[in-house]
Structure formats: C-alpha cells, structure tokens
Design a protein around this ligand. Structure first.
Ligand code: SF4
Ligand code: SF4
Length: 432
C-alpha cells in the first residue's frame, strides 16, 4: 500500500460557526518573562507599581534580538508565578492585578494619515520593533527583522491560508477585519518598498474572497490582488504557498527576500496596522478551545489570560474521569502539554482537548506512505530508524533538518507510529 496524502479533515466547519465570547477582563494577567525564541528576559517594574495598557514591563532576550513586553491591562504588579508558555515549558511570569480601568499609557495615541504618509522606512521598522511584533502565525519570528532587509522587495504576501486543522483565528480576522489586514499590508509594502501586495487565501473560502475584494475597493491606488491557492495541507507553509500564489520556487533554507518576496501572516499584518496607526502592541487575540474532551468555544481574550480560566468559562471538561490529551496549537503541528495553566501569548491560538484513546503503535509495514506524503521530500521512516540507533551522520545525510514538523507522516502512517516525534528528536540530536 502506497498512499500519498495531502487532504486531511480540517475540523473547522463547526468552529467557524461558534459565536465569539469576549473575555477581556481577567482579574489577573500573566506575562512570561521568556519565550521559545528568547531564553532570557527581565522585567523593569517592581511589586506594588501601577502600570498602564501598552506600558513596557520588561524585555525578552533572544540570541539576536530583544522583544519588549507590554502590559495589556492597567493595574498593580503583584509578583511572579510559574505557568506554562506556548512552547509547553514552565516559565516565570510577571503578574498584574487588573484594575479594570484600562487606562492607556501616555505613549498610546493614534497617528493621523498625514503622519503615517510621512514615515520613513526606518521609522516604520522602529515602530514595529518597539511594539514587540512577531509572526503571529506561530513562528514568533521578529517582524522588524524581515522588514529590515536590504534586498529589493517586489511583493509582500499576506498569508491567510491557515491550513492547520482546527485553527480559525485568521479566518475570523479576515471575515471581521479585512480593512485592518489591508492597511497593515500597505504599511508593510511602504516599509519594504514593495510595489505589489498579494493576499493568499484558500480556494474554498469564497466568502473571504468577497469580503477582501469588497474592502479592496477603497484602496484602488495600490496594486493588491487576492490569489486563491489549493485547499490541501500544508499549503500554508510559505515555500509551498509562494510557489502556488506567485509561481516562484524558493529552495528551502533560502531567504525569501533574496527572491524579492516578504511573507506575513494576516494576523501579523493586523498587528502592524495597530502599531502604526494606534501605537498599540498586541493586546488581545482570538483563542479557540476544541476537541471531544471539552466544551467547544471561541474567545476574544487579552494576552496574559490563563487558558484554564477560559476552559472554566467554557463549561469545563467533558467526562472528567477520563484522561485527556491536550494539544496547544493545531493537531498536526501543536505541542502536547500536561497541564492547562497555559498563558495566552501573542502566538497562542488554540487548545485541543481530546479524550484519550490508547492507540498502540504497530511495527512498520514498509508501505512508504510517509515518504510519498512528505512535502519536503525527505524519508521519515529512514530518519526514524537512524534516530533509533543514534546515527548522527545518517540523520544529517537524510536531511532531517529539512523537516517542517507538519505532522503528515504521523497522520498517514497505518501503523500509528509517531513519526513526527522522531523527526523532532532526530533534529535535536543531529544538531548537538
Ligand atoms: S513532519 Fe517532517 S518528515 Fe513528517 S511529513 Fe512533515 S516534513 Fe515530512
Ligand atoms: S513508518 Fe508508517 S507510513 Fe512509513 S513506511 Fe512504515 S508503516 Fe508506512
């Protein structure tokens, strides 16, 4: 049996129909001092100090960049606690007790269109840097670094493909705020000098195409097109999306900017709009709770909200006596977590709670389905075998580092082998 798979059930239909519940007034909010990309960090406020919405409360430090942390409520700094961040790690979090007044920091005020028109490339980049913006599609890569490129940029892509099952944050944003995405795209075009913008969406989303095209009527002086790409998985992976949307084949590992392209998730573009127009960092986002082990709900919540609060508000777990599997993010690329006191950060979009079914791994039947389905054309089964005997040279020769952890190999495997876990472990081991 050889099965190439790229169509997977996306589980979004019912989730898209859920009303969005607003939970923007949590009593305590928590700000992780570190993140997956920033292993170090420090705060610049002390216990008892009052902070305002948009105020800088600390800095996270990565290997090659720093990211300011901002308060998303006004209130009193009351200390630190350990909670889970979006990489599944237990980390120190600064706690602010929400005074529910939402007083804005003095730096937060709208720019006029004239002020925005007069911004230079350097000023756009500084605004994005000061707002601490990162890729909200999950990459968490600093947005200002992409904009800083010296390469001539021909086109900025707004990636609205969101191919991962169960995730609906970008869909909801495109339905409800197409104008803010378009304005963010225009600002990114100005900052990078790109004459052209493209918004890439899935072919099947006719309603999104209509909304975007309607909103674009207001911006006819800009060269911006909506382009539809395939409904398959992982079409949102930038290499695959750019190939289909622009016809440009970019080798994996190369910078997109070398090919005249910059790619931003649609949520990231909205955050650029908010930073440039309103001088705001990311304050809130859509978060979805789904799966058969929990009441399914969509929330709009502040960055810093505890996911356990949202689960409680949603009505708690179903069949509490049954053990659960919890996945932060989507089912294909998400992270398994053991406890639910997760802090909602910029890149936390979804929690999936499943009633645990024990699926025993069977031996490999050498069907090659994993090899045929892999979008980056590596050999998951061979990599698994090399990892099992800790053969670093073989792992490198098999190009384990090309794996984008899309999860397709695990999905197609008839023997239920957790191949993606082997790929992750193999990458870590080969990199040592
Ligand atoms: S998880 Fe990695 S090895 Fe598996 S199909 Fe995706 S890219 Fe290929
Ligand atoms: S690992 Fe799974 S999908 Fe890959 S060859 Fe073996 S049985 Fe088939």
């Amino acid at each position: 049996m050889i099965a190439k798979t790229k169509y997977i059930p996306d589980g979004k239909k019912a989730l898209k129909e859920l009303p969005i519940l607003h939970y923007l007034d949590a009593e305590y909010v928590y700000y992780p001092v570190t993140s997956a990309r920033c292993p170090e960090g420090e705060t610049c406020v002390r216990g008892g100090q009052f902070v305002k919405v948009g105020e800088v409360v600390g800095t996270r430090k990565g290997a090659f960049f720093e990211q300011p942390m901002h308060a998303t409520v006004s209130g009193e700094v009351v200390g630190y606690e350990k909670h889970i961040d979006n990489s599944g790690k237990l980390v120190d979090c600064l706690i602010v007790k929400n005074d529910r007044k939402y007083a804005l920091h003095e730096s937060i005020k709208d720019r006029t269109d004239e002020e925005i028109d007069a911004l230079t490339k350097e000023e756009f980049i500084q605004i994005v840097k000061d707002a601490g913006l990162v890729g909200l599609g999950g990459s968490a890569f600093p947005t200002y670094i992409k904009l800083e490129t010296k390469d001539p940029i021909q086109v900025v892509i707004a990636n609205g493909v969101e191919c991962e099952p169960n995730l609906i944050a970008d869909y909801s944003l495109m339905m409800n705020n197409p104008r803010e995405i378009i304005k963010g795209l225009i600002y990114a075009m100005k900052a990078s000098g790109a004459p052209k913008g493209v918004i890439a969406i899935k072919k099947k989303y006719k309603e999104i195409e209509e909304r975007l095209k309607f909103a674009l009527q207001e911006f006819t002086e800009y060269d911006i097109q909506v382009v539809k790409v395939g409904n398959f998985y992982p079409q949102g992976w930038e290499i695959s999306m750019i190939k289909e949307a622009l016809g440009i084949k970019i080798p994996q590992g190369e910078l997109l900017s070398k090919y005249g392209v910059l790619n931003f998730n649609v949520s990231t573009l909205q955050s650029i709009y908010n930073a440039v127009k309103k001088r705001l960092p990311v304050l809130e986002r859509l978060f979805t709770i789904s799966g058969d082990g929990v009441q399914n709900k969509s929330f709009r919540a502040r960055i810093g909200t505890l996911v356990s609060d949202l689960i409680e508000l949603a009505g708690g777990y179903k069949e509490e006596e049954q053990s659960k599997v919890m996945i932060l993010g989507g089912p294909m690329m998400g992270t398994n977590i053991q406890r639910d006191d997760v802090v909602m950060t910029h890149t936390t979009t979804s929690l999936i709670v499943l009633n645990e079914k024990v699926e025993k791994e069977e031996p490999c039947v050498h069907c090659a389905s994993c090899v045929y389905s892999c979008p980056v054309e590596i050999q998951p089964v061979q990599i698994m075998n090399a990892y099992k005997v800790r053969d670093k040279d073989a792992l490198k020769m098999l190009e384990v580092n090309k794996c984008i952890e899309c999860g397709l190999c695990s999905f197609v495997c008839p023997s239920k082998i957790h191949l993606t876990e082997y790929m992750r472990s193999g990458k870590r081991f080969a990199g040592k």
